[in-house]
Design a protein around this ligand. Structure first.
Ligand code: FCB
Length: 452
């Protein structure tokens, strides 16, 4: 067997998000975000961890960019902190905050790394949450102004701008379960938030196009196969319902379809947030779609008794998520069934594993995880999916939201005492794939070539 190759021009990078890596939460005029408030509220984040320091990327971005360049990546996906740019979400621009991203973009370009910007990776300015948050429409309107400001400043130099990262997680975890900031548990608010996130996307794309007409604009969704735990009709129905909420609730309106049937927990909601013209606004043509993929779910109906585990337990990551590489090709094919020739990117894929303290740079499980998922990406390409790039989650170990600093997703290890970076085998592996465009047949990590 020969190693399989990716198409010429394939985009290779790693992804991060502002609150997870930057730190410097009170510097240069940055305002408070819902994750500052949430992480400083006792009991919300494991171990009381906060993003106050995180990876200190705000001060170390030059070294981090140099490291990516040495590895051989040609792209980097990062997010902009809304409350650095507009400390209270609206009003006067905080130039010092915007300047940081300006410097970051210049640094990336100087290293021939294409910047892929995300405008909203979950860190809503606290002032906007205090005024109602995503369940109110004014937040979507404020987002459009913010999108225009960032696009005007950075648009001509970046490869693409995505509006929202994973709107499902924002609505579901932020407003339904309350596991994420702002920590609300209100089904009606979650459904309204979901709609306003899509309205924000539509208005945001319009604002990006007005400010930077040549910059590709899109959105990033998290998707995963929702498979029935058995062939019982109630399991089939439960799996379909999960599929509708996770995989179709956002994707369908984006491509001009109606919302699916509401989930059971929202069945009685009035949907008062829907306005004439919204569905057309949400379906504004996209230039690309980003897909974040981690795992699948086996869905058991809550009306049936728990299933006794049968056979060998499936392989799982440190997050207890099943390792299911075929699901990557499955979700890409599902998306392409709706988006046709639209360019797709895998904007996140990766895994957390416990660190071997004796050898923190050795991560064979992650190398194997990445290689098998890249193989699935090649399967999708072979089946005609217009996949244009792959971003590993994440460049660095970082603040994993409500789980704090416990789970380590980085292809680069971070020592949280010294903030020192250490290149893991998985980063070398990804760099070798990026430089050659070819996927090795096994998990061997070449120690030849950069970086030392
Ligand atoms: C995704 C998020 C990202 C990170 C990974 C593990 O849902 O977009 O910030 O937390 O999961």
């Amino acid at each position: 067997m020969e190693p399989r190759s990716f198409p010429d021009g394939f985009v290779w990078g790693a992804a991060t998000a502002s609150y997870q890596i930057e730190g410097a939460v009170r510097e240069d005029g940055r305002g408070e975000s819902i994750w500052d408030r949430f992480s400083h509220t006792p009991g919300r984040v494991r171990n009381g961890d906060t993003g106050d320091v995180a990876c200190d990327h705000y001060h170390r971005y030059r070294d981090d960019v140099a490291l990516m360049a040495r590895l051989g990546f040609n792209a980097y996906r990062f997010s902009v902190s809304w409350s650095r740019v507009l400390p209270t979400g609206t009003g006067a621009v905080n130039q010092a905050g915007l300047d940081f991203y300006d410097r970051l973009v210049d640094e990336l370009l100087a290293h021939e790394i294409a910047p892929f910007v995300t405008l909203y990776h979950w860190d809503l300015p606290q002032t906007l949450e205090d005024a109602g948050g995503w369940p109110v429409r004014a937040t979507a309107e404020a987002f459009a102004d913010y999108a225009g400001i960032v696009a005007a400043r950075l648009g001509s130099r970046v490869r693409s701008i995505a509006t929202i990262n994973e709107p499902w997680v924002v609505a579901d975890h932020g407003y339904r379960t309350g596991a994420h900031a702002p920590g609300r548990s209100d089904p009606g608010a979650a459904i309204a938030a979901a709609h306003h996130l899509l309205v924000a996307h539509g208005l945001g794309v319009q604002a990006i196009r007005a400010a930077a007409p040549a910059t590709p604009a899109g959105i990033v969704l998290n998707l995963g196969p929702q498979q029935p735990a058995s062939s019982h009709p109630l399991d089939l129905e439960a799996a379909c319902a999960e599929h509708d909420w996770l995989n179709r609730w956002f994707l369908d309106p984006l491509v001009g379809r109606a919302y699916p049937e509401p989930p059971w927990w929202a069945a009685g909601e009035a949907r008062g947030e829907l306005r004439d013209g919204d569905m057309e606004l949400i379906a504004v043509p996209l230039d690309f779609l980003g897909v974040n993929y981690y795992s699948r779910n086996r869905v058991r109906s809550p009306l049936l008794p728990p299933l006794e585990p049968a056979g060998d337990p499936p392989e799982r990551t440190g997050m207890d998520w099943e390792v299911y590489p075929a699901g990557l090709a499955e979700v890409l094919e599902f998306v392409a069934s709706r988006t046709g020739a639209l360019p797709l990117y895998i904007t996140e894929n990766g895994a957390a594993y416990p660190v071997d303290d004796a050898e923190p740079a050795r991560d064979p499980a992650r190398v194997s995880f990445l290689r098998r998922h890249l193989d699935a990406a090649l399967d999708a390409l072979e089946r005609g999916v217009p996949l244009r790039g792959y971003f590993a989650w994440s460049l660095l170990d970082n603040f994993e939201w409500a789980q704090g600093y416990g789970p380590r997703f980085g292809i680069i290890h971070v020592d949280y005492q010294t903030l020192e970076r250490r290149v893991r085998d998985s980063a070398r592996f990804m760099g070798a794939v990026a430089r050659s465009g070819r996927l090795p047949l096994d998990d061997v990590v070449s120690t030849a070539g950069p970086p030392a």
